[in-house]
Design a protein around this ligand. Structure first.
Ligand SMILES: O=c1ccn([C@@H]2O[C@H](COP(=O)(O)O)[C@@H](O)[C@H]2O)c(=O)[nH]1
Length: 241
């Protein structure tokens, strides 16, 4: 099977791996231009919904062949049979991480689908664009903190490798689960950067100090005038944390 070798989930990522750049673009040519501009500074890329529907899965293959790590942020959620079979197919692509929504049924099905492959599963707890009011509006009786804690427990019980959560919850989840779960935090905003649609944000240094293993950064790098300089500033902030 192609792709990364099986990794101990407790293995601390090296410094450059801690920065995952979200390739939120629509075409392979836009993605190629960004990857070229970022050069050796960035070794880990995330391909999500936007690019996956625009040629991103084939592009993932070329990134892997070039020695980059790939995180497929597909946020799968469906009936168990569909999730399990989809995960088995994704496992053949050679990516390192795949996201599924952190519902117990979905996580159990995903786990069975990737059995025997090195693909690591991350459960999406509560989107970083949500706050307590958004959860109430969606019909949840609890707030973000409580829902993340509940989903972390269920992800751990399902044998997932890690979680997507915001830096705001990282400290308490790290304290509860130690190195048993990889903590991957989107919603990263260097000081002074626009939050845009993100509601639970932290700076790179704050997220690392709170216990994040990996930081997912999109627009602060990809929309910067000089994406490579922006990525290098974030790496320097991570290194100093
Ligand atoms: O809870 C979540 C889960 C995934 N994301 C994804 O991360 C990036 C963040 O991009 P920015 O431009 O840095 O805001 C994006 O691809 C999201 O789909 C998230 O933000 N929150």
């Amino acid at each position: 099977m192609p792709g990364a070798p099986a990794l101990d989930r407790t293995l601390a990522p090296n410094l450059r791996e801690k920065l995952i750049v979200a390739l939120d673009v629509s075409t392979p040519s836009e993605a190629s231009a960004l990857v070229r501009a970022l050069g050796e500074s960035v070794v880990f890329y995330k391909i999500g919904m936007e690019f996956a529907y625009g040629g991103g899965l084939a592009f993932a293959d070329s990134l892997i062949k070039d020695g980059k790590q790939v995180f497929l942020d597909l946020k799968l959620h469906d009936i168990p049979t569909t999730v399990s079979r989809a995960c088995a197919n994704v496992a053949r692509l050679g990516a390192r991480f795949l996201t599924v929504h952190a519902y117990p049924q979905t996580m159990a099905a995903a786990k069975s689908g990737v059995a025997g492959s090195p693909l690591q599963l991350l459960g999406v707890t509560v989107m970083t664009s949500y706050d307590d009011r958004d959860l109430a509006e969606a019909g949840f009786a609890c707030g973000v903190k409580e829902l993340v804690a509940r989903r972390a427990a269920q992800a751990c019980a399902a044998g997932l490798d890690g979680l997507i959560l915001s830096g705001e919850e990282a400290r308490s989840v790290r304290a509860r689960y130690g190195s048993n779960l990889l903590l991957v935090t989107p919603g990263i905003r260097p000081a002074g950067a626009q939050a845009s649609d993100q509601k639970r944000t932290m700076t790179p240094a704050q997220a690392i100090e709170a216990g994040a293993d990996y930081l997912v950064v999109g627009r602060p790098v990809t929309a910067a005038k000089d994406p490579k300089a922006a990525a290098q500033e974030i790496l320097a902030e991570i290194a100093a944390s």
